[in-house]
Design a protein around this ligand. Sequence first.
Ligand code: AMP
Length: 170
Amino acid sequence: MDLRPFVRDVPDFPKPGIVFKDITPLLRSHEALDYISHALAEPFKNSGVTNVAAIESRGFIFGSGVARVLGCGFVPIRKPGKLPWKTRRSEYTLEYGSGVLEIHDDALTADDRVLLIDDLLATGGTAACAATLARECGATVVAAGFVIELTFLEGRARLDGVPVHSLIEY
Ligand code: AMP
């Protein structure tokens, strides 16, 4: 299925110079949503994935669908101060400034094999931070899946060898 017609470019959002990839037209389509859950899960059906770990907030939308297809659990990786239990945190650099992500301390163990899911891979800072958190919990990061990859930003390079599976490349 060609997902490109469902991704809307919004220039200069949220700030000048950024072309925001708006996925809300895609979310409106039952067919596109269903296709994405299966297409992101497909390569990992026999990889022994125990958990999808998805990144707030758009990663949650796709991550839960992928977890259902794989028949595995779901772990939220969230922005600071949102998770109620004991957390681990990791900081990452953004184009301007830095960001922080958190995971529940007991969300993953050394027995877990994790598939990371987010909506979009840009510079890779967010996904690399999520991978760090999963590994700090003792888990193995099997791969990372994205609906969209902005290849010109070379985010894969920041993921230290974690295999990347993306559905649309720009
Ligand atoms: P990065 O850490 O640079 O790979 O950025 C990835 C995160 O930022 C993802 O969670 C995306 O949702 C968001 N993001 C970055 N760039 C864009 C963009 N051009 N359009 C939409 N979301 C973006």
